[in-house]
Each structure stands twice: as structure tokens, then as C-alpha cells.
Design a binder for this molecule. Sequence first.
Ligand SMILES: Nc1ccn([C@@H]2O[C@H](COP(=O)(O)O)[C@@H](O)[C@H]2O)c(=O)n1
Ligand SMILES: C[C@@]1(CO)OP(=O)(O)OP(=O)(O)OC[C@H]1O
Length: 157
Amino acid sequence: MMRIGHGYDVHRFQEGDHITLGGVRIEHNRSFVAHSDGDVLLHAICDALLGALALGDIGRHFPDTDPRFRGADSRQLLQTVMCMVEARGWQVVNLDSTIQAQAPKMAPHIDAMRSIIAQELRVSEGQVNVKATTTESLGFVGRKEGIAAHAVVLLEQ
Ligand SMILES: Nc1ccn([C@@H]2O[C@H](COP(=O)(O)O)[C@@H](O)[C@H]2O)c(=O)n1
Ligand SMILES: C[C@@]1(CO)OP(=O)(O)OP(=O)(O)OC[C@H]1O
């Protein structure tokens, strides 16, 4: 049996000195406004995994009112979600994702993100794709107000 899931997340920028995306620290003159580390890509991946198994979403499992998740490392949230996936007998077939960001440039960091994500999903890097696009200066992403990420995952039992 196979299941597909989709995830989407957005975080707003504030002044800062770095962002964390796909588990990678990227030096930038902004940071994310978030309860956790604001890693929109890992949040979208969590939601895709939860979505595939009809388990709701990241906010249901890790409420932003819970002090345990304040400043949380999103890799740990993904590890918890992967435990739920594996406890139900599922494994990842492949993951595709897209970061929407006017800036910073993601290309130099994509391979590091794929490596971290593959490790957390317990698959090879060849089963993980991370893409990036600007929005041609259109919308909130284009105005550099924040970053969005989409993820799609296929699971098999
Ligand atoms: N934040 C970003 C956005 C895009 N890229 C790379 O540049 C290519 C062209 O971007 P378009 O918005 O014109 O599609 C894109 O395919 C990415 O490879 C990036 O590295 N960082
Ligand atoms: C991850 C959680 C929990 O710390 O908080 P945020 O970092 O604000 O992220 P979001 O994607 O808005 O929602 C999920 C949250 O409950």
C-alpha cells in the first residue's frame, strides 16, 4: 500500500543574523518569527508525513502554546514525526520540496539540506529533492517579508 502527503508552511522575517532551513544554518540579515527555530522546510516535511497518514498537522502535535517547543530544533520535531510513521509500519519512498524565497540564495545549501533530510527520513539522498525559487519579486515572498516551503512525500508499507 502507498500513501501520499503534502505540507506547506510560511514564516515571517524579523531582523536577525541567520535562518535555519532544512536543518542548515544560513547566515542572513533576517531571522524567523516563530515559536520554534522556524524551519519552514522541515515543518512542511512534518506536515507532509502527517498528512500522508491522516494524522493532522504539526500544530496539533506540537502546539505553539506549549513551552516545551519554544526555540525547538525542528530536526527533533521531524524525528518525533518519523517515529509515528515507523511505528505504523511505513517508510519513505521519496520526498520532493520547494522553498519560495526571494533571498537568500539557497543553491549553495541545497546539498547540505538533502543530506540532513535524508538522514532524518532514513533514505538515501537520491530519494530527497529540494528546489528553490524566487517569486519574481511578487507577493510577500517577493517583498522579502518571509519564506514559504512546500513538500510532497510518498510512503509505502
Ligand atoms: N532563494 C533562491 C531562489 C532561487 N534559487 C535558484 O535560482 C534559480 C532561479 O530562480 P527563479 O526564481 O528565477 O526560478 C532556481 O531554479 C534556483 O536554483 C536559489 O538558489 N535561491
Ligand atoms: C513548530 C511550532 C511549535 O513550536 O511552532 P512554530 O515554530 O511557530 O511553527 P508553525 O509552523 O507556525 O506551527 C507549528 C508549531 O506549533
